[in-house]
Ligand binder design. Sequence first.
Ligand code: NAD
Length: 418
Amino acid sequence: MSLFESPFFQDAFSQLESAGATMNMDPNVLERLKYPKRALQVSVPVRLDDGTVKVFEGYRVQHNMTLGPGKGGVRFHPHVSLSETAALAMLMTFKCALVGLPLGGAKGGIKVDPNDLSRAELQALTRRYTTEISMMIGPDKDIPAPDIGTDGQTMAWMMDTYSQLGGYAVPGVVTGKPIAIGGSLGRAESTGKGVVFCINFAYEKLGKKVGTSTTVAIHGFGKVGMPAAQDLDAQGAKIVAISDVSGAIYNPKGLDIPACVEWVRSRKYLKDMPGAELITNEQLLELDVDVLIPAAIDGVVTKDNAHRVKAKMIAEGANGPLTHEAVDIISARGGLIIPDILCNAGGVIVSYFEWVQGLQMFFWDLETVNKKLHDIMKLAFDKVWECSQKYKVNMKQAAFIASLDRIQGAMRLRGMWP
Ligand code: NAD
């Protein structure tokens, strides 16, 4: 597959072009941003438990590093491709710029279903992938983090592999590590927490408050969806539906979120959870709720189902869950969309904190992490809100414009080499 082939890349591309046209962006800068800086494809051979060798396809893409080292997750999923990874790397550039981090955009992944592999096979896969991309990553170059299908354990194996190659511990090479090896307090729940901060900021702008009458549906109950559900539950909101790859569960009176968390931790999948009706993921997306949080994968709301999505507010927890056309359809009927590059930026913000703490070997308490996260997200939210009023565009376009404005300034200052 070529770089430009996936619908996800084309979608990111069209959002970029449309924001660039609205803000009258320098066409030379815009042209540069359409292409990643570097893309590496690797073959990752793994000896499986049965003695056979299987080769997996892996990627690392650095989109733009004008503002600092590359930053972006590593995804283990059967749909990973060069084009999808390039699109996600592009979104990381815009996300880091929007929230004011000294970081560029990158992304990586392996085309694999991690549920099909044993722990030993996963460890071998992760270590060989890290070795293959080791010339591209490093604390000053490009710093991976967890994404779909990867977690703190994956990051620990990546950190160890990179450190073994150098001969000394290099905690700054990845973020999202377990606390015992240099992770940051608050990183695990930071993306979900940031999503909930954004929902609250949006409610404030509308002169309302999240409370017991606020109904919520969450698509994807993983590292983003679960902590978002826990924070909204703690605020008293009524979470009527949640889902994972096995299906969605629904209870109009509100789900018992602590029980759902316990269920998933012990049994992995939601579908047999008692006390709720089983519905499909598609039905969940179309529920008549105050807030919908798509927090699973990209492209779940498109022009085909956008007309049936009734939520008043959509907080994009996942990267690219709504296509450009879906955003336009929902915005036209007055739905408020909090865009991914703002809404799910909590993860990269606390990853940045983790990187800084690791470089200084000085670690902060949870209160400091959460307060700094809140303040950065508030600044970014207000900037996007103001931009949307100034240009009379939806929040998605506004986020791209605010972000492009910062990148454009930096790229012009640095100039082009040679
Ligand atoms: P995860 O693997 O922890 O969880 C994903 C959840 O989505 C799981 O519940 C899974 O069962 C479900 N899911 C997967 N495929 C599905 C499908 N086809 N239909 C319905 N549900 C499906 O992943 P995550 O880290 O929570 O990431 C979710 C999204 O958030 C991704 O788009 C990711 O890029 C984005 N994101 C993650 C972070 C982070 O810090 N983890 C930060 C920013 C953005």
